[in-house]
Design a protein around this ligand. Structure first.
Ligand code: GDP
Ligand code: MG
Ligand code: ZN
Length: 300
């Protein structure tokens, strides 16, 4: 039997059977399935060998996950505590970085890192500014505009008063979308708006599986008739995963046109040099100054 991972921890997963329905009945209900962890060749270095969105083959009798089907794509981050790559979701169509104007403060560097990862994984990305009922500083507004200028859709919504939610629903329609964001930006509140019928308020998770800390550190897949959203755990920081420093410029679409064009070539630090193509682009307003700082920081 084939199924899709809804959520889970190291060896226990919730799997939704993928079934062909001919009788018009509601979809099959989820199964709790075990996973031995030895069947995935590349699973050894991963913090989690299976992530929400993964398609798996389950033995219906033993409820044992036998294998994972090939991934169309994945989205991961570097898990510093676990010292490994953590796959937040697999087989997605869009990554949405959720941000807020305040509490927590607007952190454009966080967004830059998520966008970098998305570009490297070749997954389309968008920014959702939640809490748009709160005032936004001019600097933050300018930075949001700069994302739009480079072709990243930016939506302003409020989970609190409902502003922009139907537009967000339109953007999500027909897609499987991963939500990533700092803790407290309102991802759970948005999920509650987007999935009014499901008991996501309590994390969808029944109490039995809510114990331990796994449900707070793993992503969860929510399904609606129009869209699917995978909510990832709130993060304090986002550390890109598996991207070599020399490739960062390539994955920043405002910087890539100028990469490799500096007068001093690869030795250019893009900080003080005359003839630096990137600094030149900053001075012409083609690259936002703070995006450039972000780039230099990520490059290390
Ligand atoms: N003002 C305002 N507060 C919000 C909004 N959405 C969520 N919050 C509040 O922000 C806090 C964190 O929300 P939560 O959904 O738990 O954030 P998460 O950590 O990203 O899942 C809660 O106190 C929410 O009531 C919003 O649109 N506007
Ligand atoms: Mg939350
Ligand atoms: Zn340079």
């Amino acid at each position: 039997m084939e199924g899709i991972i809804v959520k889970g921890s190291k060896n226990l997963f919730t799997v939704k059977p993928v079934v062909q329905l001919f009788d018009g009945s509601a979809g099959a209900s989820c199964l709790e399935c075990r996973f031995k962890g030895k069947i995935l060749k590349d699973g050894e270095t991963a913090y989690n060998p299976l992530a929400p969105g993964d398609l798996v083959v389950v033995s219906p009798d033993s409820r044992l996950i036998e294998s994972r089907l090939p991934r169309r794509n994945k989205f991961s981050r570097w898990n510093e505590k676990g010292r490994s790559s953590q796959v937040l979701a697999a087989n997605i169509d869009l990554v949405v970085c959720v941000a807020s104007p305040a509490s927590p403060p607007f952190r454009p560097r966080f967004i830059d890192r998520v966008l970098l990862q998305a570009e490297a994984e070749n997954v389309p990305a968008a920014v959702v500014l939640n809490k748009s009922d709160l005032p936004l500083e001019a600097q933050a507004a300018a930075r949001l505009d700069s994302f739009e200028k480079i072709g990243i859709p930016v939506l302003r919504v409020s989970a609190k008063n409902g502003d922009g939610i139907s537009l967000l629903q339109d953007c999500l329609t027909g897609k499987t979308t991963l939500f990533v964001g700092q803790s407290g930006v309102g991802k759970s509140s948005l999920i509650n708006r987007l999935f009014p019928d499901c008991d996501s308020k309590t994390g969808v998770v029944n109490k039995k599986f809510d114990r331990g800390n796994h449900t707070t550190v793993m992503s969860v897949r929510y399904e609606h008739e129009r869209y699917v959203v995978i909510d990832s755990p709130g993060l304090r920081q986002f550390i890109p995963d598996g991207i070599a420093a020399e490739n960062i410029a390539i994955y920043m679409r405002d910087i890539s046109p100028f990469a490799g064009k500096c007068l001093f070539g690869a030795s250019c630090t893009h900080t003080v040099e005359k003839g630096c193509a990137i600094l030149d682009a900053v001075s012409k307003g083609l690259i936002h100054e703070d995006r450039c700082k972000s780039f230099l920081r990520m490059k290390g």
